[in-house]
Design a protein around this ligand. Structure first.
Ligand code: DX5
Ligand code: ZN
Length: 226
């Protein structure tokens, strides 16, 4: 799955920017929406009112990545609004198991994100309550940063836990994904690839999405065979 991040889109034209990556065969599977509160990360983006407008503007499922303090309080509102996958940071959540239950009860998939320096092992039991694991491959806060290949060890561990039946979740990666890095991430076992600047910085964002998908499929054909 490819999830373009609208962090690198034109915020004054979000409906068109959503459409341009979603149209046609091989378009975006999810639209990744980065919510930042200037507390959990040193940047400020958008919140629930903009997400509600986006939900009305596109049929592509929204993947909201909440880089905010106190997600226990704020994240369920995104699920209730109709966001498909709501991801919170384990470093910010007070009660991540309860929060996952709240998100699912509101009809969303529950996602848990870990920053590059956060280990995976302590959270394996908690992840049994989640539908997606978002492995950050840059420090959260800004688009256009350099991919950190060292996080792929966590992807490999998560892939093993899923393939051996210990966890049931999608492994998602976010940060620095481009034509240069997407194949390594695919080989490590990623299911869902977030890409911001590599998509919206391209002359043809729709084509950039399809090109990333083709690279993933050709790097790991055994995983996508019918
Ligand atoms: C960063 C965000 C990412 C960002 C990725 O904190 O979580 O989703 O948009 O941007 P690129 O793909 O440019 O690294
Ligand atoms: Zn993100």
């Amino acid at each position: 799955m490819i999830a373009p991040s609208i962090l690198s889109a034109d915020f004054a034209r979000l409906a068109e920017e959503a459409a341009v990556v979603s149209e046609g065969d091989g378009g975006a599977d999810w639209l990744h929406v980065d919510v930042m509160d200037a507390h959990f990360v040193p940047n400020l983006t958008l919140g629930l009112p903009v997400v509600e407008s986006l939900l009305r503007a596109t049929d592509t499922p929204l993947d909201c990545h909440l880089m905010i303090d106190d997600p226990d309080r704020w994240a369920p509102g995104y699920a209730e609004a109709g966001v498909h996958n709501v991801t919170v940071h384990v470093e910010a959540a007070r009660n991540p198991v309860m929060l996952a239950k709240d998100l699912r009860a509101a009809g969303a998939k529950a996602g848990l994100s870990i920053k590059p320096g956060t280990p995976l092992e302590p959270y394996v039991e908690i992840l049994k309550h989640y539908d997606t694991l978002l492995v950050m491959s840059v420090e959260p806060g800004f688009g256009g940063q350099k991919f950190m290949p060292e996080v792929l060890d966590k992807v490999r561990t998560a892939r093993r836990l899923v393939d051996t039946g210990h966890l049931t979740l999608l492994v998602e990666i976010d940060g620095g994904i481009s034509a240069d890095t997407v194949e390594a991430a695919a080989e490590a076992g990623v299911d869902c690839f977030v890409a911001g600047s590599a998509v919206y910085g391209a002359d043809d964002p729709g084509r950039a999405v399809r090109a990333l998908r083709e690279q993933v499929v050709s790097a790991t054909p055994h995983r996508w065979a019918p």
